[in-house]
Write a protein that binds this ligand. Structure first.
Ligand SMILES: [Zn+2]
Length: 410
């Protein structure tokens, strides 16, 4: 009777290298890494059974290095594992075999481990529940080999039956392709109905009580999140809603800008009355606040909600790509050059002032003004890539930083 094939996971670092199994090492050359390496072999059950009859230690180890064992190997895949960071790289030499090795990986690693795989065959990966498609050269823990090309990479939590919505991952792939070979990222988005409703009321909120018993209106701030990915005329459009848990209130004339890649704060009605102003233009502190979170937390846009509409602040293409060249001097430049509060000329005049302002010869911010009746429209803006990737979804950016940079965003 013909036996079945089985998968066996061998600790490459401790067994193959540890016992100096040269036959295996010569044939299966290890990936470059300082993390633990494992190798999964597909072997006939008869060979597996024979291995099991042998005594632990030298006998078993010698058999693994024997011609009989090596010649019986039908498939293999390397895995690289970082137990502190709980990341497991699956290094395939043939995409089609992923399905074969996954059950062994599910079984041998805990469910809080993140699986990483690089493969241009997205269909197979999506079928197996992989998500977060992005471009990468090499894995987060194995060393970058010279001249490695960018390829498609995916992540997945180490859970056997974790399903993904095929359409959603395919839309993410489509967005990735839209931005491929372009110098900057373009994001098309629209706000959900509930979000527009919330924002349009936020400047008119009820006053709240102060320590001295007085009642005043406060500024509010919060973050947006992707609720859905839409397709409009074959273009990917992100539907943004409110991340309710992030909403905070500040004082009458200021609120902390919330950490996140896209966020807002409001200019309440009472402040207009107090200062007798027609427009609630973004203040110098608003520009400084946005620039700070853009540098520190990768913020891509900030919305200043006003009575007249919403001001969308983003970095110009040049400075978006050259943020690392900015130093503290830019903050005093903004404080001096961007103060138009109290000015009553017109919104067009103000927009022109801000959009024509240059820092060291290059435009600093892109400012868009969105009237309330335009808030339901599809909007767009551009921002810089993060190592070839365009992160328009907060969660994907957070996952990327965690896996590749070992940065905990939240
Ligand atoms: Zn403000």
């Amino acid at each position: 009777m013909k036996g079945k094939d089985l998968q066996i996971l061998i600790d490459y670092t401790n067994i193959v290298i540890g016992y100096n199994l040269t036959n295996i090492m010569d044939k299966y050359i290890q990936p470059k890494t300082s993390s633990d390496i494992g190798i999964i072999f597909t072997i006939p059950s008869s060979v597996f059974d024979k291995l099991n009859t042998l005594k632990d230690g030298k006998q078993k180890v010698n058999f693994v290095n024997s011609d009989e064992f090596i010649e019986s190997i039908k498939e293999y895949c390397f895995i690289v594992y970082d137990k502190d960071r709980k990341i497991c790289e699956i290094i395939l030499h043939d995409n089609l075999n992923l399905k074969l090795f996954l059950p062994t990986i599910y079984l041998n690693f805990s469910s809080d481990v993140t699986l990483w795989v690089k493969s241009n065959d997205a269909t197979i990966l999506i079928n197996e529940g992989f998500d977060d498609p992005h471009l990468c050269k090499s894995g987060p823990i194995s060393e970058n080999e010279k001249n490695t090309e960018n390829g498609l990479c995916f992540l997945k939590q180490n859970i056997n039956n974790k399903k993904v919505e095929r359409g959603v991952v395919e839309d993410k792939l489509k967005y990735l392709k839209e931005n491929l070979n372009k110098p900057t990222c373009k994001m098309n988005f629209k706000f959900s109905k509930d979000c527009v409703k919330y924002l349009s009321n936020i400047c008119h909120v009820e006053p709240s009580l102060n320590y001295d018993g007085s009642l005043t209106q406060k500024e509010f701030a919060g973050c947006f999140k992707v609720e859905k990915i839409l397709k409009e005329e074959k273009k990917i459009v992100y539907l943004l809603g409110l991340e309710n848990s992030t909403i905070i209130s500040g004082d009458e004339e200021g609120v902390e800008i919330i950490k996140g890649i896209y966020n807002f704060h409001s200019h309440p009605k009472e402040a207009y009355e107090k200062y007798k102003v027609k427009f609630g233009f973004p203040s110098t502190n608003d520009f400084i606040g946005f620039l700070s979170i853009s540098i520190k937390y990768g913020a891509i846009f900030h919305i200043v909600v006003s009575l007249e509409g919403c001001y969308l602040i983003s970095m110009s293409d040049y400075w978006s790509k050259n943020k690392s060249k900015l130093n503290r001097k830019v903050f005093s430049f903004i404080a001096k050059e961007y103060d138009y509060c109290g000015n009553s000329e017109s919104i067009e005049w103000y927009m022109d002032k801000i959009n024509s302002k240059k820092y060291q010869g290059y435009k600093l911010f892109d400012l868009q003004f969105i009237k309330w009746n335009e808030m339901k429209n599809t909007l767009s803006f551009s921002f810089s890539k993060t190592e070839e990737n365009c992160f328009s979804d907060q969660d994907e950016y957070v996952n990327y930083l965690n896996v590749y940079k070992n940065i905990k965003y939240w």
